[in-house]
Each structure stands twice: as structure tokens, then as C-alpha cells.
Design a protein. Structure first.
Length: 171
């Protein structure tokens, strides 16, 4: 039997997104119904994403799936690169720049079908020289900071939360 993917869910992502936030268990059920075996790792408020990723990697998953916004995807992509694992993305954020740049549907049911149908075709190793991923992993996200500020009407706190970065980055 093939090892499960590690489904990292930051349900707190997307504070500026319209509508209710998806439930971690519902996302897990959707992934499993699509035929992808997944172990669920929900990020609770106040938890450390780094510690959660450490726990997930201890299970030796065949891939990492990031369910969150740009900040969550950034952290999971960095770990996927470091551990030479494929990456799946379920966009839950306000802006979802990385997922949008890759053409990943923002509709969660459609994004889940992409992961299942293509068996996680996105391997971070193959993208490490791609400008968007390089910007995320190198912390050179000036364009994303500017776009986040524009999308939030200049509200630095909301933009920082949407990207999962410290508000000081906007100064």
C-alpha cells in the first residue's frame, strides 16, 4: 500500500476571504473521497507550523499537501523542497498568488480533483528555479507584498495576515 500524503490544513487562512472557512475534517474527507489516502495535520490557533510539519514528516508521507494561504504554502513548499517531496495545494487564503500562478483552481472541489487525477504532479524540486517559488523561498516577495496591500486597500495588518508574514515586512 502506498504511503499517505500529509494534509497540512491551516483553517485560519483566508481571513479576508468571503464565506465560511473550510473545516479541516471536511477537507480530509474530500481528499480521501477523491481516492488520495491522507493523514490530517490541522494547525490550531497558536500552534507552530514548523512543529506541525516536523510531526507530519515523521510519518514519512509520499507527498505534502498544503491547505492554506500563501504563507502556509510557502512553509510547506520549503519543507517539500528540503525533503524532496511532491507538493499539492488546496488554496484557502485571501490572495492565493502561488496557487493562481500555477493555475490551481481556487474551487476546493476542483483543486482536490486535480490532486487526485494527476497524482500530485507538482514536484517542488522541478520548480526551484521558477521565479514565483524562488521569490517565496528566498523571501523576496516585494511584488506579493505590494499586491497584498492593494487587495486589502492598504491595510498592512490584513495584508500581513493574508500572506502569513510579519507586518514589519511592509515597512
Amino acid at each position: 500500500m502506498q504511503p499517505a500524503v500529509a494534509l497540512i490544513v491551516n483553517a485560519g487562512s483566508g481571513s479576508g476571504r468571503a464565506g465560511p472557512r473550510p473545516d479541516a475534517r471536511a477537507l480530509h474527507a474530500a481528499i480521501e473521497q477523491a481516492g488520495v489516502g491522507a493523514d490530517l495535520y490541522p494547525l490550531a490557533e497558536g500552534d507552530s507550523l514548523d512543529a506541525l510539519l516536523d510531526r507530519a514528516l515523521e510519518s514519512r508521507p509520499r507527498a505534502l499537501v498544503a491547505a492554506g494561504g500563501d504563507g502556509t504554502v510557502n512553509a510547506v513548499a520549503e519543507r517539500a523542497l528540503r525533503h524532496d517531496l511532491p507538493l499539492g495545494i488546496l488554496p484557502l487564503g485571501t490572495l492565493n498568488h502561488f496557487a493562481r500562478d500555477l493555475g490551481i483552481p481556487e474551487d476546493l472541489a476542483a483543486a482536490t480533483r486535480v490532486i487526485a487525477a494527476e497524482d500530485l504532479p507538482l514536484h517542488v524540486r522541478e520548480l526551484k528555479d521558477w521565479p514565483t517559488l524562488a521569490n517565496y523561498l528566498a523571501g523576496q516577495e516585494k511584488d506579493y507584498l505590494a499586491r497584498a496591500l492593494q487587495a486589502t486597500g492598504g491595510d498592512k495588518a490584513r495584508a500581513a495576515k493574508a500572506l502569513g508574514v510579519d507586518v514589519a515586512r511592509f515597512d
